[in-house]
Design a protein around this ligand. Structure first.
Ligand SMILES: *[C@@H]1O[C@H](CO)[C@@H](O)[C@H](O)[C@H]1NC(C)=O
Ligand SMILES: *[C@@H]1O[C@H](CO)[C@@H](O)[C@H](O)[C@H]1NC(C)=O
Ligand SMILES: *[C@@H]1O[C@H](CO)[C@@H](O)[C@H](O)[C@H]1NC(C)=O
Length: 429
């Protein structure tokens, strides 16, 4: 989905140049950039999520497993949450930035109490949610929970429709720091009003609670348009597409959907509010090592929330090392919060670019091909939209060890593994 603005920038880059023309170009480019960012895109004013939130969530790995008799180790229960919080604190995840421990669906009892308040399932959460939140807080972590704007949650438990004020107050009383608010059993035309109402009641509690929404996803899938400025004004993060599954086909489908819409989505990402391509699934069953690298690198490029869903008690050391790679995390958490744009595809290799602070640009090259052979790629600075009048210092971004200079008129060459990624940071010299 390249806009006319992009073609225009191409044209400008390709013209013959003089010093004066160069100045004119920067002026024009800055002008175009401002126009691109023109929509009124104020973030939700709760002071949270100034960089993409990081944490752990039950859903992709543990789903709605409520069978604690047969599967006590893996059912949705206070035991599972405590064990994950313990490991996040003791095995380095917290120290690299993973902060929120979040229960998704299926924590609730079937009925509210006699005063209409939510209750957790008494067998699986015998100590109650407030005590569980305190446990997580004592580990130096934050605590998140799930509800739904409709009559029921997706798993069929009591939803927040008609109870939003009560539920916001309950969450604040329990010490909840993050709310994932789903959209099952809700009328498509009520989404905006419903999500805005919950934001209003959360704000009224005076407790700072990260607000994670699914409103754009249900509208897009329902074939309706989305007011992204209103979404950004209401939510700290928002889902735009289908749930991630434990497979490469799901990961690349999400990357492709983002690629098709990167010019649109990136306009609304920035400190305080983020497009959410769903959880990080490194360490599970479905991805090869190269696919895990691509998944993580692209979530970093997309300024995506880094919310893992995996079993931290049983995880390959390679996956753990990737999840704790500070170089990749620092791209994701760059303070400017600019989301990557898909520049082009060459021979099935996607080229993505994301501007970072300190005159740096992150570049990702993703090989979609499945033919089993690393692909050769050769690009000019022009091809990757780095103003070609300058030289750049390139660093391979996973290890930050390989370093080289590409001067004006020279090429960047590489091999990219099937389903793999090459990731660089280019610094203007
Ligand atoms: C509530 O909203 C006001 C106005 O936007 C904002 O200044 C304040 O920080 C918000 N409080 C919380 C707890 O989100
Ligand atoms: C992206 O766009 C192409 C071309 O319009 C389309 O064929 C493809 O299905 C789209 N992919 C996704 C995941 O939206
Ligand atoms: C990066 O910043 C430069 C200079 O402002 C701009 O021309 C370019 O379009 C930006 N690239 C991306 C991918 O946003």
């Amino acid at each position: 989905m390249l806009s006319t603005t992009d073609e225009r920038v191409d044209e400008i880059f390709n013209e013959e140049t003089t010093e004066k023309n160069n100045k004119m170009k920067s002026f024009l480019i800055i002008g175009l950039f401002v126009i691109l960012l023109k929509p009124d895109i104020n973030a939700l004013d709760n002071g949270l999520a100034l960089t993409p939130p990081m944490g752990w969530l039950t859903w992709e790995r543990f789903r709605c497993n409520t069978d604690c008799e047969r599967d006590p180790e893996n059912c949705i229960s206070e035991r599972l949450i405590k064990e994950m919080a313990d490991i996040m604190a003791s095995e380095g995840y917290r120290d690299v930035g993973y902060e929120y421990v979040i229960i998704d669906d299926c924590w609730l009892a079937q009925q509210r109490d006699q005063d209409g308040r939510l209750l957790p399932d008494p067998n699986r959460f015998p100590s109650g949610i407030k005590n569980l939140a305190e446990y997580v807080h004592r580990k130096g972590l934050k605590f998140g929970i799930y509800e739904d704007s409709g009559k029921k949650t997706c798993g069929g438990f009591p939803g927040s429709e008609f109870y939003m004020q009560t539920d916001a107050k309950t969450f604040a009383d329990w010490g909840v720091d993050y709310l994932k608010f789903d959209g099952c059993y809700s009328n498509l035309n009520d989404f905006q009003a419903g999500y805005e109402a919950m934001e209003f009641f959360l704000n009224r509690t005076r407790k700072k609670i990260v607000y994670s929404c699914e409103w754009p996803f249900y509208k897009i899938v329902g074939g309706l348009s989305v007011d992204f400025a209103a979404v950004r004004n209401t939510c700290n993060l928002w889902r735009n597409y289908f749930d991630i599954q434990d497979s490469w086909s799901s990961v690349i489908d999400i990357i492709n959907f983002w690629g098709n819409n990167s010019e649109l989505f990136s306009q609304y990402a920035g400190p305080g509010g983020w497009n959410d391509p769903d959880m990080i699934i490194l360490g599970n069953f479905g991805l090869s090592y190269d696919e895990e690298r691509t998944h993580l690198a692209m979530w970093a490029m997309m300024a995506a929330p880094l919310i893992m869903s995996n079993d931290l008690r049983h995880i390959r050391s390679q996956s753990k090392a990737l999840l704790q790679n500070r170089n990749i995390i620092s791209i994701n958490q760059d303070k400017l919060g600019i989301q990557a744009i898909l520049l082009r595809k060459v021979n099935g290799i996607q080229i993505w670019s994301r501007n970072l602070s300190h005159n740096r640009t992150a570049l990702a090259f993703v090989n979609e091909n499945s033919d089993g052979m690393p692909r050769y790629l050769k690009v000019t600075l022009d091809d990757i939209k780095l103003p070609p009048t300058r030289s750049y210092n390139f660093t391979e971004a996973f290890e930050m060890k390989i370093n080289f200079i590409i001067a004006k008129g020279h090429y960047l060459e590489m091999y990219v593994n099937p389903h793999g990624v090459q990731l660089f940071i280019a610094k203007r010299m």
